[in-house]
Design a protein around this ligand. Structure first.
Ligand code: SAH
Length: 251
């Protein structure tokens, strides 16, 4: 019996659109998405498109109309419900724009649940463009076929992050001055977790003391070398995903 071909094809374009999606709904794409499907992907009426709404899940849709200016899709069937992602927050100090963009993109691919940017004394960047950040995580989610977008919080000052830290969530603190070996620390703690990473200039002594004084904080080392903030954030997130995340789920 020949295997039934997977439908829609994995090559079908994937887009996040405002939800909630439902069977039979018509979705008129915005200008940017219409241009992408119409001009770049050159879709034709009847072509398959995969739509996600970050609420109900992932849907098979067909191109109902592909005009010069706008593309309209017809939602057909639910392929899979919105996934649950590992309960891991990444709390990276703001970095210079292109480096922080990399952190946002890789954190999304790696499967983080939420990104909570932090402002610390030695941050070079002091603000984040929310629309731009949202576009980066959305594009990364489309590329890696996530059905759930990572939540993206407003940047908060370190003292506010510590003051308002939620009960029951471990705060792994990547301390360039040293800490417990990260893999062992991750393996030893089940439950909701978060990773705090400093900026290009690292944490100052007062910040380090405040973090270490927090009951949820667990200082970890990422080895003998000084990693760039983006390297530390990406590498430690990958390590957590492999130790406590969903990378061990068999295919
Ligand atoms: N300029 C600082 C280092 C900053 S590195 C210095 O020379 O000391 C940016 C952030 O990455 C650090 O604040 C820390 O959170 C993380 N980091 C880098 N290397 C690390 C390591 N070996 N162990 C733990 N965290 C590390």
């Amino acid at each position: 019996m020949p295997a039934t071909p997977a439908w829609p094809p994995k090559s079908a374009p994937r887009l996040f659109v405002p939800g909630p999606l439902s069977e039979g709904a018509a979705v008129a794409l915005d200008g940017g998405q219409s241009h992408y499907l119409g001009k770049v992907m050159r879709v034709a009426t009847g072509d398959a498109v995969i739509l996600c709404d970050d609420a109900t899940g992932e849907w098979y849709a067909r191109v109902a109309q592909s005009g010069k200016r706008d593309v309209v899709l017809s939602v057909e069937t639910l392929l899979r419900p919105r996934e649950s992602v590992p309960d891991f927050w990444l709390c990276p100090a703001l970095l210079k724009k292109d480096r922080f963009d990399l952190v946002l993109e890789k954190a999304t691919e790696l499967g983080v649940c939420e990104v909570r940017p932090v402002l610390t004394r030695r941050c070079v960047a002091d603000k984040l463009n929310p629309e731009r950040a949202r576009a980066i995580v959305t594009e990364a989610a489309e590329q890696c076929a996530r059905t759930a977008l990572p939540a993206l919080a407003e940047p908060v000052k370190l003292d506010a992050l510590l003051r308002d830290w939620p009960e029951g969530r471990a705060l792994f603190f990547a301390d360039e001055n040293g800490g417990a070996p990260a893999a062992a620390a991750f393996a030893a703690h089940s439950g909701p977790a978060a990773l705090l990473v400093g900026p290009e200039g690292g944490f100052d002594d007062a910040e380090r003391a405040a973090i270490r004084a927090h009951p949820a904080a667990r200082a970890i080392t990422l080895g003998p070398r000084i990693l760039r903030g983006e390297t530390a954030a990406i590498a430690a997130t990958a390590l957590w995903m492999g130790t406590r995340g969903d990378w061990s789920a068999t295919g």
